[in-house]
Design a protein around this ligand. Structure first.
Ligand code: TYM
Length: 329
């Protein structure tokens, strides 16, 4: 069975973008693949997080993994810091990554271009830790949204370079990016990605949003003045995004949705998209409330950590031997 690994960094509440671009696919894949899904808590602290809020976000994210359908019988679910090998291999990966490669990472470039203050060294070397996350488990595939593709490609480069230098050590993983839903855009500015750190809070739907609030965000989504329901991503990006959201959640093709609403106003289409999104959120939220205050989370996470550690420690030991860090005594 081929192995998959992926993770989410809960720097805020999980979003509809995380669900459509990543989480929902993990749930689909867990039947066919050996699935490892983790909570990337070390990645969260590349930027300051209020500690109490961070730990609440982490707990919510685990509960949401389960509420969205990840099944601990099929998938290994764990917290990054429960597997200490991530940090050590992350450092080793940083020693095998060139500054030029990190300088080319668009996420980092975007932040520096915005002149954001207090950028940390952790943020800069983040792709090295992400490479370690993946390579520790010898994953064949890494299911991610479009924005993480560059990081997985860097992981491949690092793995190949390491293998050439020290002999075959890592499996070279492939990113797996869905054709529809890999980049869900902000509802208030469809030129930007829907993101946890949405400043206005209008463009992003959170999985735990009140249903009325979520509906309102969709009904007030920015569209265009063309007034025709069709697929024109360039000139009608907001409309395209709404249709893409509905298509991802219903598994209907985008063309099928366009055919149904062709010739009607945007309001009707928005109502349909809101119905689809709210039905999905309601299902997830009901399960989340059943799970959040139980001991289930502790049991699942400690079981997951045990399984993940078995593989990760073996890989790390192999790497330490290969590069000459180990001595006999
Ligand atoms: P993060 O937490 O930003 O996002 C988690 C996953 O959600 C996807 N995603 C989206 N997909 C579609 N539309 C959007 N608007 C959208 N926003 C987010 C992301 O592409 C991602 O798949 N670096 C990673 C976390 C990570 C990781 C890893 C992932 C750490 N180590 C190892 C895979 C393997 C991140 O910040 O994702």
């Amino acid at each position: 069975m081929k192995r998959m690994l992926s993770g989410i960094k809960p720097t805020g509440q999980l979003t509809l973008g995380n669900y459509i671009g990543a989480l929902r696919n993990f749930v689909k894949y867990q039947d066919e693949y050996e699935m490892y899904v983790f909570i990337a808590n070390l990645h969260c602290i590349t930027e300051y997080q209020e500690p109490l809020q961070l730990s609440k976000n982490l707990t919510d994210a685990i509960a949401l993994y389960l509420a969205c359908g990840l099944d601990p019988k099929k998938s290994t679910i764990f917290l990054q810091t429960d597997v200490k090998a991530h940090a050590e291999l992350g450092y080793i990966m940083a020693c095998n990554t060139y500054l030029g490669e990190l300088n080319r990472m668009t996420q980092f470039k975007d932040k520096t271009a915005k002149n954001e203050k207090n950028l940390t060294a952790g943020l800069y070397t983040y792709p090295c830790l992400m490479a370690a996350d993946i390579l520790l488990y010898n994953a064949d595939y890494v299911p991610v949204g479009d924005d993480q593709k560059q990081h997985v490609e860097l992981t491949r480069d690092i793995a190949q370079r390491f293998n050439n230098k020290y002999g075959k050590t890592f499996k070279v993983p492939e990113p797996l990016i869905a054709k529809v839903g890999a980049r869900i855009m902000s509802l208030s500015d469809p030129s930007k990605k829907m993101s946890k750190s949405d400043e206005t809070n209008k463009g992003c739907i959170y999985l735990l949003d009140d249903l009325k609030v979520a509906r309102k965000k969709i009904m007030s989504a920015v569209t265009d003045s063309v007034g025709i329901i069709q697929l024109d991503k360039e000139n009608q990006p907001g409309l395209y995004n709404l249709i893409e959201i509905a298509s991802s959640l219903t598994d209907r093709s985008m063309n099928d949705i366009v055919d149904e609403f062709a010739g009607q106003g945007y309001g009707k289409l928005k109502t349909y998209v809101a119905d689809v999104v709210c039905a999905e959120l309601e299902k997830i939220q009901n399960k989340y409330h059943d799970i959040i205050n139980t001991h289930l989370l502790d049991e699942i996470m400690s079981e997951g950590a045990k399984k993940a550690n078995l593989i990760a420690e073996q890989t790390l030991k192999n790497v330490e031997n290969k590069i000459g860090l180990k001595i006999k005594y």
